[in-house]
Design a protein around this ligand. Structure first.
Ligand SMILES: Nc1ncnc2c1ncn2[C@@H]1O[C@H](COP(=O)(O)OP(=O)(O)OP(=O)(O)O)[C@@H](O)[C@H]1O
Ligand SMILES: [Mg+2]
Length: 324
């Protein structure tokens, strides 16, 4: 008796739950039906997670050797306390574009939502240490960096643990300087260190303002685009006076631009009037591909290399390099 025969016998003795038409397929010498059952089983769609580009989590010691000299490190906070303006999208895609252009980039995810981490294909449940441990548990920054998440790009991930940091930092000594000390130890190893900030002006954002040399402010082309910007600039001035005298704006980036609408064009004019030359010439268009890419764990330069989103972030990367 062959393997299939014994399978058939087992199925025939199963209780009544087997439908009659299925039973008909278990005729003696009719092995094809068994195979059909197997094929049906294989048709089950893979879980959505399986289709994502989930990256292996390497340690800093496994980082690929850097073949070229690294320039002076520029630390930039990607900041706007307004939610959903394109901070994380810019953090991921600008970092990846610069990495592909041969720069060494470190992206620090400072938002408990962890959008930069998941958008780069890092499964947060598998992360052992996150930026929280650097800020509050004195874990060395090298133990937290995930190297080579993309070409030239390393990541300090965030997990939900970071949500407690706002409250826990209040009781700590030198609470505003925690990130500055961590990031400072990485100066000289990267061309750019970007910090993806949360949508608030709490202690995490203050840490970013103290750690950064310059600010990159994304502004969404929408009604009330400049809402809250004065508050952000006030925070910048306060940190500048007391904790970080050289802090300044590096650039203002207009995001989700839709050239077909008068509103988008009006916002561009208004923002240019307000910020003058600091506004980047590159406008980031609203495209579905940019909003889809994070669910595949890929930057736009890999998800849709020839599309508008990819072109615009490549142009932004060139502008960033040219601004020095
Ligand atoms: N240029 C774009 N075109 C289309 N969708 C975009 C674009 N930029 C961002 N999005 C989408 O808009 C939403 C908000 O973007 P993103 O997460 O980058 O903003 P954020 O400022 O980081 O938000 P938060 O304040 O919550 O951290 C996301 O769903 C993102 O995919
Ligand atoms: Mg974000």
């Amino acid at each position: 008796m062959g393997l299939f025969d014994s399978l058939k016998r087992d199925k025939q003795t199963e209780p009544k739950t087997v439908k009659p038409e299925v039973q008909e397929t278990y005729e003696e010498d009719d092995q094809i039906d068994i195979e059909e059952v197997e094929i049906v089983e294989r048709e089950v769609a893979p879980a959505i997670e399986d289709s994502r580009d989930v990256k292996p989590i390497k340690s800093y010691a496994e980082k690929a050797p850097v073949k070229r000299a690294v320039g002076q490190t520029k630390v930039m906070a990607i900041i706007n306390q307004k939610g959903g303006v394109g901070k994380s999208t810019t953090a991921i895609n600008l970092s990846a574009a610069l990495g592909e252009m041969g720069k060494q980039v470190l992206l620090v995810d400072l938002d408990p939502q962890g959008n930069s981490s998941s958008g780069l294909g890092i499964e947060k449940s598998k992360v052992e240490h996150c930026v929280y441990d650097v800020l509050l548990n004195e874990v060395p920054v090298e133990d937290v960096i995930i190297p080579d998440v993309c070409e030239g790009l390393d990541l300090i991930p965030a997990t939900i643990n970071l949500a407690g940091a706002e409250v826990e930092l209040v009781a700590e000594m030198a609470r505003e300087n925690r990130l500055k000390d961590a990031v400072g130890s990485m100066r000289g190893k990267y061309d750019y260190i970007f910090i993806d900030c949360p949508p608030s002006l709490g202690l995490l954002t203050v840490n970013a303002l103290v750690a950064a040399d310059k600010l990159l402010i994304p502004i969404q082309c929408e009604f009330y685009a400049l809402e809250g910007v004065t508050k952000l600039l006030d925070s910048m001035k306060r940190v500048k006076t007391r904790l970080n005298p050289t802090l300044d704006i590096f650039g203002v980036l207009l995001t989700m631009y839709d050239g077909r609408t008068t509103l988008s064009r009006q916002v561009v004019e208004e923002v240019q009037r307000y910020f003058g030359k600091t506004v980047f010439n590159t406008l980031i268009p609203r495209t579905v591909k940019l909003s889809e890419a994070p669910s595949f764990g890929l930057p736009i330069t890999q998800y849709d290399p020839t599309g508008k989103g990819s072109q615009s972030y490549n142009n932004l990367a060139k502008e960033v390099i040219n601004r020095g």
